[in-house]
Design a protein around this ligand. Sequence first.
Ligand SMILES: Nc1ncnc2c1ncn2[C@@H]1O[C@H](COP(=O)(O)OP(=O)(O)OP(=O)(O)O)[C@@H](O)[C@H]1O
Ligand SMILES: [Mg+2]
Length: 415
Amino acid sequence: MAPQGRSLGIDFGTSNSAAGYLSDGRPRLIELAPGQTTMPTTFFFDYDTRRTLIGDPANQALLDGVEGRFMRALKRVLGTGLMHEKRQILNRSVTFVEIIARFLNQIKIRAEAQTGLTFDRVLSGRPVVFHGTGDPREPLAEEDLRRCYLEAGFLEVDFLPEPQAAAIAAGALDQPGTIGLIVDVGGGTSDFSLFRSDGGGITILANHGVRIGGTDFDRAINIDRVMPLLGKGGLLRKAMGPGTSPIPNAIYNDLATWEKIPFVYTPQNRRMVAEMLRLAQQPDRLSRLARVLEDELGHDLAFAVERGKIAANAGEAQPRILLDQVERGLYAPLPPEALTDSLARHAAALAEGADETLRLAGIDAGDVRQVVYVGGSSLMSMVSGTMKARFPAAGHSFKDVFTAVTDGLAIAAGR
Ligand SMILES: Nc1ncnc2c1ncn2[C@@H]1O[C@H](COP(=O)(O)OP(=O)(O)OP(=O)(O)O)[C@@H](O)[C@H]1O
Ligand SMILES: [Mg+2]
């Protein structure tokens, strides 16, 4: 059957998703929830009702401590072996492909219900780079995402680089012939598009991306500031004989990595932590780790870190990560120096990403007239600070940070 309906633009994000279509020559975003044009890319499998929740209701279920399994940052799993592994969820054997497909199908259903239109085709955003240039998972990631859309009921699937979509939405700059740079730092990736504005439209000069996003910022802060409170960096007495050995880091790293959190609550890990607790020099700290595994608090911690990150970045007077769920009154201070410190290598990688984009196009930094920020993590002052140092003569604008990519996808989908 040949696709007949219209094309829906979908920005399937690591942290947030949105959809839109072209109506009377203008992008129109779908209300994915009442009054909301973006929704969290999150999932909650409720063990009791056996329902799968997505978006804000999924986040709320986690917050309410409902018995179930929460997942976020699944976009990072695209292209990896995990995508096609069967896992038992709600007594059904499912893959991540099916889980993501159901999410995308919900977007389709909501878009069609709201507009009365049929969307057989989708124009999906994709990061310029999912994993890394030359990484063998790179082509697989797009194939996985295509499979997800096909299983969601779309008959035709096309892709557009996310920053290129944002460049389309940014449209002509103030002066024809001038050059702009989109800096899209989201939850999972940082994407750059260098474009020349020519009258009504734009020409893309280069696209480039690196696998760095807000979830990596969360991870770095979590490992540096929170995990030591759970015993990371401590010592264990030897099970036999004198001497000590360092506590292994692996469980802390997994616990701080959004997409790995659902898989740390294994009987093996619980046994390992119980054994470490027996040998710990600082058992108080390890007993917190045991509690986090027992009560499955990994996502609560990660959300607490994310909130602390945003508050610290916003210049809150006493920035801290509140950890009351683990232990009443427990918190990790997050002063500005600590934030800068934890994110220093990400800042360097972003600077390098911008340089590489310029190199690909053969353009000098001084020729860039406007830097347009897109993506929630572009609100980090580390990001704009890094770019302002690179492009001191350019204008810097933050407009439609959360919806520019979807606007551009909607425009391009309608063409
Ligand atoms: N006010 C803020 N200050 C700093 N960071 C923020 C703010 N608001 C959101 N973020 C971060 O932005 C990220 C989400 O941004 P966004 O919704 O643009 O990502 P995404 O499109 O889902 O991801 P990607 O495009 O990488 O797949 C999260 O990591 C979140 O912590
Ligand atoms: Mg994005």
